[in-house]
Design a protein around this ligand. Structure first.
Ligand code: 13P
Ligand code: SF4
Length: 301
């Protein structure tokens, strides 16, 4: 039996659903029941009735699925697939900041560990950050963590002061204004999209800054024929598959998130066969981390 057939058979036997982030390998996205950005995957996990969820993405995404669907067994096919940005907001450091700044509201990007989420007030994703931050009362002191680039882009767009944590996505932070200028020169007719995890001076040169899910919606609805995907290259798979008549180009600097690529078909088959890679979180962490995520889902309806 080939690997795909084995996964499909095991999936049925285990009453499992497979969810994949838009940056995973193409063959992983192709086998998934659902593909999406962080917000879309969280929404699906919150509504999911499956006994088993195989979350193909980085660790914080698997944790979010477990927090929102605690009765399900959540399997993460690569235990070493973490998000370096999530590790930049240490829960103890966040706890100390909170104790030292009791009048500051903590907004955490979902790219944080469950332990860090359990210390904050509201979560957000790149798909709803504008809505969440705009909903806050004017004058409310805010600390935005961990992504100083996403936070900086929000401050600029919404003209709203916030304190920023010292984190970033190493993959998006490496993209430079020159990369955008090169793409503009090479593809003068293309619309240039970047992710809001890019630096402010990079988003300023692009035509738009969108979450991966919003990019996919935009290219589907747009009348334009050519697009530059200024984000992790995994997104090109769905763009090309869903829009065969349009042209999509990566940036020359070729941004790759190695952690996302650790999820392979072989590892998906293994966790389903052995019921290994279970995401285990204490009931206390699940309860505490659930509150800011639910607030986010409520505010971004
Ligand atoms: P999206 O929610 O836009 O898919 O982003 C997740 C992520 O990790 C981007 O680096
Ligand atoms: Fe984390 Fe960046 Fe990879 Fe997204 S692309 S999972 S933010 S390291």
């Amino acid at each position: 039996m080939d690997i795909i057939q084995e996964i499909l058979k095991l999936k049925k036997e285990r009453n499992a659903v497979i969810m994949a982030h838009n940056y995973t390998l193409g063959e992983v996205q192709d086998i998934a029941d659902y593909c999406g950005d962080s917000l879309e995957l969280a929404r699906i996990a919150a509504k999911c009735n499956a006994e088993v969820i195989v979350l193909c993405g980085v660790r914080f995404m698997a944790e979010t699925a477990k927090i929102l669907s605690p009765a399900a067994t959540v399997l993460h096919p690569a235990v070493d697939s973490g998000c370096p940005m999530a590790d930049m907001a240490d829960p103890e450091e966040v706890k100390k900041f909170k104790a030292d700044n009791p009048d500051t509201l903590l907004i955490a990007y979902v790219n944080t560990t469950a332990a860090t989420k359990s210390e904050v007030d509201i979560c957000c994703t790149s798909g709803n950050a504008e809505k969440i931050v705009s909903a806050l009362p004017a004058g409310q002191k805010v600390m935005f963590l961990p992504d100083a680039n996403l936070g900086g882009n929000l401050i600029k767009k919404l003209d709203r002061p916030m304190e920023l944590w010292h984190g970033c996505c190493p993959i998006h932070d490496r993209i430079t204004p020159e990369d955008i200028q090169l793409a503009r020169k090479a593809h003068p007719d293309a619309i240039i999209m970047v992710h809001p995890e890019c630096k402010v001076e990079v988003t300023a040169l692009a035509d738009m800054a969108l979450s991966t899910g919003a990019m996919l919606n935009f290219v589907k609805e747009s009348d334009a024929a050519e697009f530059v995907a200024g984000t992790e290259i995994g997104i090109l798979h769905r763009m090309r598959k869903e829009n065969p008549d349009k042209k999509f180009y990566p940036l020359d600097c070729n941004p790759v998130c190695e952690d996302m690529k650790k999820i392979t078909l072989e590892k998906i088959a293994t966790v389903l066969r052995e019921m290994s890679g279970k995401v285990e979180l204490s009931p206390e962490i699940i309860e505490k981390a659930r509150r800011p995520i639910e607030k986010m889902l409520e505010l971004s309806k």
